[in-house]
Design a protein around this ligand. Structure first.
Ligand code: HEC
Ligand code: HEC
Ligand code: HEC
Length: 143
């Protein structure tokens, strides 16, 4: 029983190592990891005194089909490609189609979107390597 348990654990450890190796390999391939990365948007935010926006792509992708955003809402398939700004959001476009206090929490929750680490440029974040989110303690996020 004990031995079987041990074998089981060893098998599990081997599997974990394998999965980790695969993940690393995928990460090194470049393309694959970008697909899962958060999108950081900082075309206007920091220049206007706000933290960069971190858009958790995967979080949204598991909830909506690609079409909702990339066809119906006109969001481009390129980090920073859409030219999203705050006025459009308040008018109900892009993020504002859902973050209106109805489908999801409203635009008043500034810090939930403007949560990026200062200095992070617009990009698909390779989150296994860098840290797009500002440290919670330092961000002063009001919840
Ligand atoms: C649902 C997400 C979201 C919320 C909530 C939000 N913003 Fe933004 N905001 C964005 C995005 C996306 C941009 C464009 C990011 C970029 O490229 O810099 C932006 C840009 C900005 C800019 C840069 C100038 C401009 O007009 O684009 C300012 C200033 C700004 N937001 C202020 C605020 C303030 C103040 C609040 C709270 C009252 C807020 N935002 C809440 C997503 C959000
Ligand atoms: C809730 C909205 C939303 C959904 C759903 C969504 N996306 Fe996106 N996607 C975005 C936004 C926002 C950006 C960044 C656009 C910008 O910065 O102008 C983006 C960027 C991208 C990019 C370019 C950045 C990158 O990661 O290479 C690709 C590719 C992409 N999306 C693919 C998809 C696919 C495939 C699906 C469905 C499985 C999907 N998206 C679902 C909002 C969404
Ligand atoms: C198609 C609808 C839709 C669009 C478009 C959309 N969101 Fe969201 N978003 C949601 C929903 C639903 C939630 C979950 C809300 C909740 O948990 O109450 C969410 C949650 C979030 C969260 C919190 C994620 C977490 O870990 O809790 C962030 C940050 C966010 N959205 C940013 C954005 C930004 C920035 C944009 C525009 C670039 C955007 N969203 C566009 C529907 C949308």
């Amino acid at each position: 029983m004990r031995q079987r348990l041990k074998d089981g654990i060893n098998g599990w450890a081997a599997l974990c190592t394998m999965v980790a190796a695969l993940l690393l390999a995928a990460g090194n391939a470049g393309e694959a990891r970008a697909e899962y990365g958060d999108v950081v948007m900082n075309q206007s935010s920091e220049a206007a005194g706000m933290r960069p926006v971190v858009f958790p792509h995967w979080f949204h992708r598991v909830r909506y089909s690609c079409k909702v955003c990339h066809s119906d809402l006109g969001i481009k398939l390129e980090a920073g490609g859409t030219g999203i700004d705050m006025l459009k959001i308040i008018d109900g476009a892009y993020c504002g189609a859902c973050h209106n206090g109805n489908v999801a929490w409203s635009v008043e929750r500034c810090d939930l979107c403007h949560s990026g680490k200062p200095g992070t440029r617009t990009q698909v974040h390779q989150s296994a390597i860098q840290k797009p989110l500002a440290p919670a303690a330092a961000s002063g996020a009001k919840k």
